[in-house]
Design a binder for this molecule. Sequence first.
Ligand SMILES: Nc1ncnc2c1ncn2[C@@H]1O[C@H](COP(=O)(O)OP(=O)(O)OP(=O)(O)O)[C@@H](O)[C@H]1O
Length: 308
Amino acid sequence: MTTPLAQARGLTKRFGALTAVDELDLDVGPGEVLGFLGPNGAGKTTTVRLLLGLARPTSGAATVLGCDAWSQAPLAHQDVGFLPAEFALHPRLTGWANLEHLRRLRATAAEAHRARARELAERLDADLNRPLRTLSSGNRRKIGIIAALAHSPRLAVLDEPISGLDPLVQKEFHAIVDELRSSGAGVLLSSHTLPEVERIADRVAIMRAGRLVACERTDVLLGKAVHRFDVTFADDAEAVSFLRRCPSLTAVSRVEHDGAVVRFAVEGAVTDVVTTLGAHRVLTLRTPETELEDVFLRYYGPATEVAR
Ligand SMILES: Nc1ncnc2c1ncn2[C@@H]1O[C@H](COP(=O)(O)OP(=O)(O)OP(=O)(O)O)[C@@H](O)[C@H]1O
């Protein structure tokens, strides 16, 4: 069995009466991208802070690269890359000056670090020569990604890395994450939304109210999700004809009908629905992206609330 790069066992953090992270067990393996999802306040950032030794667990423990995350944090950090949700670099310094400062802290070899930073800056179309405060928030985020990855870490912990990045840059970022995985690095990628991680994560861990409520392979999770359909038929009669066949499609629910437009949800496999639609005159078909809430609905029912 491969040794995890990051591991949490019974990891718990309480703030007074509030349990922000509750008995969490989690692993990130080498060559694995783990999507870390949950709604606001679920406990993602607290977990990340515990893994990075920025907060002390109330009970349980986290291990990062074989080191205790709290008591041996400086040792573990040599080989960990971290992109915080809130920006932590110096706003008056240029990207290069910030990178140089971080490199010295880690005592990474200058040449390799600069070459990797240059390569990442080119690929992400980032400007390392301007003071960070003069950059747009998306462009600052790029510098944060470079700062997290320039020392070629074995483990990258990235809190909402692509929020604010344009689609082309997101695509390049995905390619960079793919390469990290191929090189044997581990990546923990936290996000609010499933679409942000579904393209790149091997597994997805979902937190809610401090607890881990699911940890599955991404394809398995998506296979269980609710998929939404928004269909415009050639005319009202065609829509009605489709609706008559709907009751025989067991996975179809939440049907809404407005003239030639029919909206509905499908739980799990969409094969039957797509075959049935193929027998009707369809003008347009939209499938809005699967939201995290849709996964929860399928998994835990609409009233899922995990008690603290
Ligand atoms: N230092 C703190 N003191 C008191 N409560 C805290 C502290 N840090 C976090 N919390 C609480 O712990 C819970 C989990 O917060 P956390 O920031 O980990 O959630 P999150 O999943 O990262 O949310 P978001 O997606 O909004 O960033 C929240 O209820 C939050 O208010």
